[in-house]
Design a protein around this ligand. Structure first.
Ligand code: PEP
Length: 258
């Protein structure tokens, strides 16, 4: 199973700050055989990140894309455009885009199809709101998100997708799902993926996202169905992010022992 640590910079950093973070990551992350490292800077810094992170084997992702190949969609960016500047992955369906820009699962499904068409890696975010967890509807919510966005994708293509379970109540709040809550939902996501993708589900990485930091990552990454992390706040600090990559590498080494 692949292990992935992906950093979502959201709308942070100016050019000089982005360059400094990119340089620090290139220097500090090192060649990590066991972990795929990906960073998702804002659009203006993507090409710069691709150029400076290539030798460090750190992949670059966008934080969003449009579902169409091209056209009259002012302010939007297509998957093919991202691919043409060396971007290899894209976060889609992040809860902030669902919440502030009204992105539906159907629209997100279209973005996933566009990314697959461009030969890129979609990182599909799903997860329940706090009220939904309190009501006990979190499994239903995640099932519906997965079925709507991933249902139309063929099993062969689903094998090329990464899922990130991000409980919305844990994003940027300092609240983290307990390892038990994370494992329970990740096992559920794996089961749903099996319905959609058959045997390919066993090899689809499921990342955890929601206030993952060096002090809680060890336990989360030790869970059987947690195959890495999608990191927000801690991805803005090269030291914290590098530490998370190291923790993931140790967890991956541990789980690969037969
Ligand atoms: C995120 O935005 O995907 C995220 C997980 O953020 P944070 O780590 O800050 O909770």
């Amino acid at each position: 199973m692949r292990t992935i640590i992906a950093g979502n910079w959201k709308m942070h950093k100016d050019r000089a700050e982005a360059q400094a973070l990119i340089d620090a990551l290139a220097e500090q992350v090192g060649n990590t055989e066991r972990v795929e490292v990906i960073v998702a800077p804002p659009f203006p810094f993507l090409a710069m990140a691709v150029e400076h992170l290539r030798d460090a084997h750190i992949g670059v992702a966008a934080q969003n894309c449009h579902e169409a190949l091209h056209g009259a969609f002012t302010g939007e960016v297509s998957a093919a455009m991202l691919k043409s500047v060396g971007v290899s992955a894209c976060i889609v369906g992040h809860s902030e885009r669902r919440q502030y820009y009204g992105e539906t699962d159907a629209a997100v499904g279209g973005k996933i199809a566009a990314l697959l068409h461009a030969g890129m890696l979609p990182i599909y975010c799903c997860g329940e709101m706090r009220a939904e967890r309190e009501k006990g509807t979190h499994f239903e919510v995640v099932r519906a998100q997965m079925n709507e966005a991933l249902g139309p994708i063929s099993p062969a293509d689903l094998a090329k997708v990464v899922v990130a379970y991000e409980p919305v109540w844990a994003i940027g709040t300092g609240l983290t799902a307990t390892p038990q809550q994370a494992q329970e939902m990740h096992a559920f996501v794996r089961k749903e993926l099996r319905m959609l993708a058959g045997d390919a589900a066993a090899a689809i990485p499921i990342l955890y996202g929601g206030s993952m930091k060096p002090d809680n990552a060890r336990e989360l990454l030790a869970c059987a169905d947690v195959n890495g992390g999608l990191i927000g706040g801690a991805a803005l600090d090269a030291g914290l992010f590098t530490e998370l990559v190291r923790i993931a590498a140790r967890a991956a080494a541990h789980t690969s022992i037969p």
